[in-house]
Design a binder for this molecule. Structure first.
Ligand code: UDP
Ligand code: MG
Length: 309
């Protein structure tokens, strides 16, 4: 029988130096909670001693599980695999580089008791002030997703099992987990957590994360708001361009008829150009609708909370 109360999912990629301290601290705090737990390390294709150290821990302690990827697939896939195998009623995610303190896990569990589906960490202290780029990123994400959180990408989070298992994360979408969960109707809140500096090794992400982050934001807006109605998105641009172009050319035609000759070559071309682009946008939207209606897997479209018969 499964009576696991808590699963802690930790993606690790070349974090060998942190593993011993992390495991010690996790064991200490989790044992003190007096509940049935498991810690799932997802080794995302480490090339250092991470896996062998984890194996050692696993041999000493049956609560430690390891999912070992054969190459570096990325954090989103590590989460997906971790969530799929997690048995706990509540699932906690945190980083494996000691930037999140295991001692804060009980705060998440306390907050979850208030009935939330997802409690997300908010790194508001630590390393001094959050960088401007990160604040901006969070502000824009919050604006577009309509979810008022300060820190979407904080790895320290607690989920009800159903929420974690219902997320479909790939690529770099792990940065937007709260937004994806919110769109499925789950109840989300945040709690403040400390942000400790990295003790060992170095960050696995460079500056490129911000550019990719914004491209991913477009994906998220699409996935959450327009996937079921692509024509509303593309059609809007199509109509703006198409109608704009038509009006320009109409005005030129009327003027031309009045004067007996059609001039304004450049404007005429602009009008035509806009009409063609507009038509293309509308058809792209229609194609989107057709593709969506042909999808075979529709299970994630809605979540039935309760059936009363
Ligand atoms: N990580 C991973 N796969 C990757 C990159 C990172 O599993 O491809 C893990 C990494 O080992 C760490 C966590 O994800 O436990 C966060 O990575 P990192 O500390 O480099 O990110 P930052 O804290 O700088 O945002
Ligand atoms: Mg880190």
């Amino acid at each position: 029988m499964n009576n696991t109360k808590l699963s802690v999912v930790i993606p690790v990629y070349n974090e060998g130096e942190s593993i011993p301290e992390l495991c010690d601290r996790l064991q200490k705090i989790l044992t003190s909670l007096n509940l049935n737990y498991e810690v799932i390390f997802v080794d995302d294709g480490s090339t250092d001693k991470t896996f062998s150290l984890l194996k050692e821990r696993h041999n000493q302690h049956n609560k430690i599980k390891i999912l070992h990827f054969n190459k570096n697939f990325g954090k989103a896939y590590a989460y997906s695999a971790g969530f799929a195998s997690a048995k706990g009623e509540i699932i906690i995610t945190m980083d494996g580089d000691l930037q999140d303190a295991p001692e804060e896990i009980p705060n998440f569990l306390e907050k979850m008791k208030e009935g939330y589906d997802l409690v997300s960490g908010w790194k508001y202290t630590g390393k001094g002030k959050r960088r401007f780029s990160s604040k901006f990123f969070n502000f824009v994400t919050s604006f577009f997703t309509k979810l008022p959180l300060h820190d979407f990408n904080c790895p320290f989070k607690a989920y009800r099992q159903e929420v974690a298992k219902n997320l479909h994360i790939y690529g770099e979408l792990h940065r937007f987990i709260p937004a994806l969960a919110y769109w499925k109707g789950y109840k989300i809140t945040e709690i403040k957590v400390e942000n400790y500096p990295r003790k060992y090794g170095k960050t696995k992400y460079g500056f490129g994360r911000f550019i990719k982050g914004f491209l991913d934001l477009i994906t998220v807006i699409f996935l959450t708001q327009y996937i079921k109605r692509p024509l509303h998105f593309f059609g809007l641009f199509g109509l703006i361009f198409g109608v704009g172009g038509f009006c320009i050319d109409l005005a030129i035609t009327v003027e031309g008829l009045a004067k007996g000759k059609i001039g304004h070559q450049a404007l005429l071309l602009l009008g035509l150009f806009l009409i063609v682009i507009g038509i293309q946008f509308v058809f792209t939207g229609l194609l989107g609708e057709m593709i969506y209606s042909l999808r075979e897997t529709k299970e994630e479209e809605h979540i039935v909370k309760q059936i009363v018969e």
